[in-house]
Write a protein that binds this ligand. Structure first.
Ligand SMILES: [Ca+2]
Ligand SMILES: [Ca+2]
Length: 483
């Protein structure tokens, strides 16, 4: 089950929607690509101390090998084993690898020349190290550090490929910090020859990002396939229907300073819960299942999809205008905020509910109530029978329930002939006497064994009865939800 808790300030909304940075793209890619590990490990000077060897290069880059025995460098050629590698370019960036490495070298005029580099990487840490006035970093974001764990194989030339898991991101000003968890494939790249982090497809299972201004992106329980982790836009995971196929929870508090932008939210199959606030605009598609969207602020478009879907608004019924157009609209009188609804069956207010499915369960329950008892339903009673239908009850079953009631008995009589039953159906439901053809049709039906409850349902759902009651239901059907 996916769980989303996203709170974004106006500033972050700008980053996510306009700047193209997606909030995450900036630190993740910026740090790794800008480090530009584009030098060759030749013509280096080597200094050894303790268990480390530092290889200085003319470009100013220092490559340090840790966890080795400097005595290994005594021979004319050989292989150094190392458990860590650090690469630092002053004022630009640093890159640290942990794992098991082998460095082949030959001695030339007392200086070792690196001939090969291979090994297994189980983690790396990359940081940009510019000064704030270099113009290369945003003062707001500062320097960026990216760290990750994984299983990467490195060939003799520094080429590397494998799988990364938890990718962490942090910035020196504290603007953003967080992790992206999952399995990401690092295609073959070369760390030391102009190496840049290429695209990394994978499957995301969680995203945690925190921002200095209190904004956050929390996503768990995902199984979202992404084509490119380096350009991952976390908000795109909000409409990954494959990942969001279960009973999912979405809590979205997103600022609404970009009126032209509608965030697409697709909750997928399952019975989903969606809460929208913060003033942004959502285009929410709730998909299969009985979904529930709570709309606390903002002008949203909500398509409930299949199932019995409910939109919950703050405040009492009297505070809203409900327009029953092909696309329903519910508009808050206080501020004019309007939600447009499609395939939404119910609107829940603080003091009651209105059913919009006048052709669905609510309309059927309303008409049957009317047919059986000859009066408009009370809201609590109607809510009970709507609930029965919503939970899988049949209209025939509801009709049986009505026919066992004292009120029905007193209206139709407890034990009447088929002829009297048919006549009473015409009188109570259609408010007229039976026509000859109609009477014979229903009489034959009863003779053939059709249940009286089926006749009640058929009268209730007849085009004639629907026409009689359309005026009472066309603006929605008020009811009191049961349970
Ligand atoms: Ca879902
Ligand atoms: Ca639905």
């Amino acid at each position: 089950m996916s769980y989303f808790d996203v709170k974004l300030s106006p500033q972050l909304v700008y980053h996510y929607t306009v700047a193209g940075s997606h909030g995450l793209n900036v630190p993740l890619v910026y740090a790794m690509q800008r480090i530009q590990l584009d030098t060759y490990l030749e013509h280096a000077t080597v200094t050894a101390s303790g268990g480390s060897v530092a290889i200085g290069m003319p470009s100013g880059i220092t490559l340090a090998l840790h966890g080795l025995n400097a005595g290994n460098l005594q021979g004319a050629q050989g292989v150094i084993a190392a458990s860590g590698v650090s690469l630092i370019r002053p004022g630009t960036g640093s890159f640290d690898l942990s794992g098991q490495f082998k460095v082949g070298y030959t001695m030339s005029q007392g200086v070792p020349q690196i001939q090969s580099f291979s090994g297994r990487v189980d983690g790396f840490d990359a940081a940009s190290l510019w000064s704030i006035d270099s113009g290369l970093i945003s003062a707001k974001i500062g320097n960026v550090r990216v760290h990750a764990t994984g299983e990467l194989e490195m060939d003799e030339n520094g080429g590397v490929a494998g799988t990364l898991h938890d990718i962490g991101v942090s910035t020196s000003t504290g603007y953003v910090h967080g992790t992206i968890s999952g399995d990401f494939t690092l295609p073959a790249m070369n760390l030391f020859h102009g190496g840049q982090v290429p695209w990394m497809p994978g499957v995301v299972d969680a995203v945690h990002l925190g921002y200095a201004d209190g904004s956050h992106v929390e996503m768990t329980g995902l199984a979202a396939a992404v084509g490119d982790i380096a350009r991952l836009a976390p908000l795109a995971l909000l409409n990954d229907t494959a990942s969001n196929g279960g009973d999912d929870t979405f809590i979205l508090d997103i600022a609404g300073n970009l009126s032209s932008y509608a965030l697409i939210v697709m909750t997928g199959a399952g019975d989903d819960r969606l809460t929208l606030t913060g003033g942004f605009r959502a285009d929410a598609q709730l998909g299969d299942g009985n979904d529930r969207a709570t709309v606390l602020a903002g002008a949203h478009h909500i398509d409930g999809g299949a199932g019995i879907d409910t939109v919950v608004v703050a405040g009492n019924r009297a505070g809203y205008d409900l327009q029953m157009l092909a696309t329903r609209h519910v508009t808050a009188r206080a501020d004019g905020t309007r939600a447009s609804l499609e395939q939404v069956e119910r609107v829940q207010f603080a003091d009651g509910a209105v059913a919009l499915d006048i052709d669905g369960n609510a309309g059927q329950a309303y008409r049957l109530y009317n047919a059986a008892l000859g009066r408009a339903p009370d809201q609590a009673g109607l809510g009970f029978w709507i609930g029965a239908l919503d939970h899988g009850g049949t209209l025939l079953g509801v009709a049986d329930g009505f026919m066992r009631s004292d009120e029905f008995m007193s209206k139709f009589g407890g034990s009447v002939s088929d002829a009297a039953f048919i006549t009473k159906l015409y009188e109570h439901v259609l408010h007229r006497q039976p026509d000859t053809g109609g009477y014979r049709y229903w009489s034959d039906a009863l003779d053939a064994g059709t249940a009286r409850s089926q006749l009640l349902v058929d009268f209730s759902e007849s085009a004639e009865n629907k026409a009689l009651l359309i005026g009472a239901v066309r603006d929605g059907i008020a009811y009191e939800p049961f349970g």
